[in-house]
Design a protein around this ligand. Sequence first.
Ligand code: HZT
Ligand code: MN
Ligand code: MN
Length: 415
Amino acid sequence: MSEANPTVKVADETTAPIENLTLKETAPDVNENQTSSDKKKKKKKKRNNISKIENYFPKGVYPEGEWMDYHQDFNLARTTDEEKRYLSRDLENQDHWNEVRKAAEIHRRVRKNVEGKIHPGMRLTEIADLIENTTRKYTGAEDLTKMEDPQSRGIGFPTGLSINEIAAHFTPNKGDKTVLKYEDVMKVDFGVQINGNIIDSAWTVSFDPQYDNLLTAVREATNTGIKEAGIDVRLTDIGEAIQEVMESYEVEINGETYDVRPCRNLCGHNIAPWRIHGGKSVPIVKNGDNTKMEEGEHFAIETFGSTGGGYVYTEGECSHYAQRDNDYPPPSAPSANKLLETINKNFGTLPFCRRYLDRLGEEEHERQLEYLVKQGYVQDYPPLVDIPGSYTAQYEHTILLHPNKKEIVSKGDDY
Ligand code: HZT
Ligand code: MN
Ligand code: MN
């Protein structure tokens, strides 16, 4: 196999720099009569200077992600005429790519804003609110009830805050008291969408350096999946490359050594407008799926590594849901029909969580939501969990398969 030769293009320097994202302190007040506790109060008074992303990009052109060449021979061997046709087809998609980049720029700014603030002792509800409220500000979607089209921009899916053996799809429901601990390994997985173009990207937070090899294994496995991706590449081959890298690592935790295993029943996926899962799954082990990636596709490349069995089960209270594509007649029960109308108006087929229903005033939704799941109107996505006591990590990026190069659109200077 030929070596990957990524040509890296740095985001356009002419675009606006990321503003000072640490909360601004008010001007120091020189007052001799001030007590030290008064000063403390003053210092704590911080102003958050975030506004909608359009204010930072008056020209409406958003920075490109990181470009990477395709390395497979069959992607390089294209005639000039073919290349020209591909290029014109890519140009027709410029507005579309720009909207994906806009969502990606918001994703980078949100995570830059929260990365330094996540610390042991924080409640998961605080972390989720911080990420989601920052996303709401940048996207200009602070109050869905005041938007003409609540599905036109905003949160792409619920903020996953999955700790230790929980690999994915945990977000707090109302009343959750979970507090992040120093020893925890937490996957932060959040989404931003502009006109249904979703950015799906995630990283892993840990404070204890003994997990570093686990995180490195998974970060390198995801980067391998990104390098392997390309037009006409078989999904099983991407899984095989990911698996090989992931399994080359081990990690020592509390004096015990563990092999890092891919969670073999978790995968990446393509993304379609307003649909987080477009129908193709990108395995993270060799699975024999000969389906190929295609030109113009939009993929979330994500990998999960574990010190446990490398296999996840659904377990625990569900928080994540999405309306299924359905042309069923409306539910006959009026209360269930009202809830489905709220879901349809505000989220369409985008995933949502129970906290988002609470915010919309649908606070007594439990029974109706369960009914909508039972009747097939709504899909539930319960937490995905490896064996108790195990540790799982995740890294994820969204990529675009342009005609003759790929774009890691969610790439940042953090991961
Ligand atoms: C489902 C519900 C959500 C998609 C992957 C994922 C978070 O495991 C085919 C392949 C958000 C996303 C999803 F609320 N899932 N990416 N980021 N979760 S998935 C899946 O259901 S379906 C992977
Ligand atoms: Mn994700
Ligand atoms: Mn995903």
